[in-house]
Design a protein around this ligand. Sequence first.
Ligand SMILES: *Cc1c(COP(=O)(O)O)cnc(C)c1O
Length: 469
Amino acid sequence: MTDVSADGVLAELRALRAGDLPTHGGRTLAYVYDSALPGLDELAASAHALAASVNGLDPTAFPSLLRLENDVVRTAARLLGGDDRTVGTVTSGGTESCLLAVVAARDARPDVERPSMVLPETAHAAFHKAGHYFGVRVVAVPVDPVTFQADAAAMAAAIDSSTVLVVASAPSYAHGVVDPIADIAAAAAAHGVRFHVDACIGGWVLPHGPDVPPFDFSVPGVTSISVDLHKYAYCPKGTSVLLHASADLRRSQYFASAAWPGYTMLNSTTQSTRSGGPLAAAWAVLRHIGDDGYRSLALRALESTRVLREGIAEIDGLRVLGAPSSTLLAVAASRDDFDVFTVADEMKARNWYVQPQFAYRSSPANLHLTVTAANHGQESELLADLRASVKAAVEAGPVAVAPEVLEFIGGLEPDSLTPEEFGGLLAAAGMTGDTGLPERMATVNTLLAAARPALRERLLVEFLGALYS
Ligand SMILES: *Cc1c(COP(=O)(O)O)cnc(C)c1O
């Protein structure tokens, strides 16, 4: 006897999934990537099912996974200017690829007592996580306040004897701009320091982009590159690749322990048991789409981004930040009589999800759009809704928060926030019911925007703890 029938369980799951943002159809412009290719999901799901129980922990026991991983790594290396010496690892995602690049750089330099890494302040937060996990101090260098590109000269000046790694993005998540990779690579090489190019989001698109300066292993001094398969390679969630220019550079990424009575643990990633499912799914998708397929998917997403960018420039009140050369847009307000957070709510009411990004250093509050192949052909509908959303946001006016609430937030200390203070803030944000998030998030976002970064981190950690049992 079973508790719930298989059909019943799946019906429950479908009902739960119906409450999510749509993962397909192009209306969710962050978190998800839709190729719009028919049959791709079914192929990936079948491949995943064939290997989900296989354990990548021991490639000698399951040689199929060894073969799949080598195939995937070689495909990524070929795309990103690698040669016969290029090696790599398939990881669970971009963050894990970045973490491993940092730990490999740290452990290759046991001579450095207090290691640090130099990165532009636009680098992905995964590097702050890596610094936190592995005790590598983050030296974040300001970027150009207009282009949002890394300042190569300032980064070069920040490299010192404690630097074990230099990082740049191709492109950055927040603004979609490519850093001056060749200049930064030259500076890192001159100091004999490793240089990681974070191409997690753009690596599968940029090689097809017009006018993108070299950003891959063809640039001397680039020692590692991360590229996610679960972004623009349109694979199911759970795969990324970390490439190294040579096996020597990869060695310190591996971990072995014979210091216990069980099997000698030998790992290439932070995981030990590794499901073969995501790897098999990614391998199947890569083989099925192929070089020509990826080229046409990239061109569709790039073309769609260009049309959106030009259309947004025509909307009174909006401007695109920097000069993005990939498929990501950061859209800010060019006037102060409305809030972009309200525009996000208005877009949500029109069934589009765009992602609010808070102001940080030279970057003003804006809306992030990850454009995929599925958006091709939808541009005029999206632009019309964006125009209408700005109009509605102007009519609503800027989000008004009572001065005493702002004062209350200003007085909170992240290190000693009490449950009462947190409760008070939730109440101020209108989050007192048990229905979860309010329909409209502009007030919540305005309150969060008023909190300085350290306090915002603390508030959101508290919030996460309240969500999960
Ligand atoms: C998405 C992303 C990451 C992190 O990847 P996850 O797969 O979300 O862990 C790192 N760097 C860049 C530039 C990204 O866009």
